[in-house]
Design a protein around this ligand. Sequence first.
Ligand code: UD1
Length: 424
Amino acid sequence: MDKFVIRGGEPLLGTVRVSGAKNAALPCMAAALLTDQPVTLENIPLVRDIETTRKLLAAMGAEVELGYGRAHHRTTIHAEKVATPEASYELVKTMRASTLVLGPLMARCGRARVSLPGGCAIGQRPIDLHIKGLERLGAKITQDHGYIEATASRLKGAEIVLDKITVTGTEDLLMAATLAEGETILQNAAREPEVADLAALLNKMGAKIEGAGTPTIRVKGVSKLKGAKHRIIPDRIEAGTFLIAGALTGGDLNIAGCEPDHLAAILSKLKETGVKTKVTADCVRVMGDNPLTAADVTTEEYPGFPTDMQAQFMALATQAEGAAVITENIFENRFMHALELVRMGANIKIEGRRAVVRGKSPLSAAAVLASDLRASASLVLAALVADGETIIDRVYHIDRGYEKIEEKLKGVGAQIRRIGNMLP
Ligand code: UD1
C-alpha cells in the first residue's frame, strides 16, 4: 500500500493547476449509457474513481477509451449496446457513486441490477431516495442477495419531491427522466455545480432539461439521445484544498484553471479566517502572510460550505488563534480525521456533530492513517506545517479523487514523496 512521506515547514509558492471535477465527471460518464452514440468528455481527472467507472462501463459492454498520451484527460465512451445492465458488488463497494448507473440503465434498457453500496466510512449513506424516485417514475424495484433489481417497460414522467437534498440522487433521477415519457419535475433538487454540468451534457445529447442548478428541475422526456462532446468543470474541492495549503504554509500560491464562482462559500470562510485571496477570471491567488483567526463553519448543501471541505478546514483551524466550532450537517460520522490530527498535536473535542478546534497548536509529525478521501487531504495539509516527517498510510483514498497530488504539491515547493507505486 502506498504511503506519503511529508516534511513540513515549506511555504508553497508558484502556480498549481486544478484538474476537472471528479464529481462531475462520474455522472457524465454514466450518462453515456443513455445513447448508442459516442460521448466524448474532456478535462477528465486521471484519478482512481474514473478508472473504476471505466471498468464499470466496460463490464456492461461499453467501449471506453480513457486518454493518456495525446488524448490526455479525455474519455470517449461508446455504449452501442448495453449487454449486461449490472453493477457488481466488487465495483460498487470500492466506489459508491457506481449507483449512478441505475437511472441511465433503467431509462435505456428498462432493467438494472445494481449492488447496494452497504456501509461507508463517513456514515450510513443510504440510496433510498434514488429508489423512491425511480419508483415514482414507474420502476418496479426489488432487493435480493444485496442487489437492487429494477425493471420498467418505459419510465413515465412524474413529480418527485426529494425528502432530503441528495447530489447523486438528483443526478440519477435526472438521467432517468431524460428518456421517460412525459414531463418530470424534481423538487428539492441538489443545486451543486456538478448537477448543472451533467444537465449541460444531457442537453447537448438532446435532452430537454430546465432549471438545473436550482431546487426545481423540469425534464421533458425525449425518445432518444445522441452523442456529444463536453468539457468537465474544474474541481472546486481540489481548488479549495490548494487554497488551504497556500494559507496554512504561509505561502503565495496561484490556483489556476478554477471557477471562482463555485468557490464563494470557501473564499468567504477563508476571508473570515484572515486569509488574503485575490480572484481573477479563472485563478485565485492565496497569500498566507496574515495571522489566522478561528472561524466557525457549518457544512451545508451548495451554495453553503461543502462537507467535502470540512476536513481540510479543520486542518486550517488547528493553526488559527481561538476556538472554531465545526458543525457537520451532511454526514453523521465525518470526523475520523480529527483523531489523527489530535495525534499530530491538535486540540480537538468532538461532541456529536460538532468539533471544537482550539488553536493555535504546534503540530508534530506522526504516523497517521487516511480513512477516507477528504480525511486524507486534511492529513496532507496538516503534515505540510508539522514539525518533522509525517508518514500517511493508505493514500489510495486520496488517489480516488486527487490527481497526482504529490506531484502538484512538489511543483510548488512541498517536500512530499510517495513510497510504493500504485498510481491509478
Ligand atoms: C455526493 C458527492 C460527495 C459529497 C456529497 C455531499 C459525488 C460522487 N459525491 O455524494 O463527494 O460529499 O454529495 O455533498 O458527487 N441520503 C439519504 N438517502 C439517499 C441519498 C442520500 O438519506 O437516497 C442522505 C445521505 O446519507 C447524506 C445526505 O443525504 O446524509 C446527502 O448525501 P448525498 O448528497 O446523496 O451524497 P452523495 O450524492 O452520495
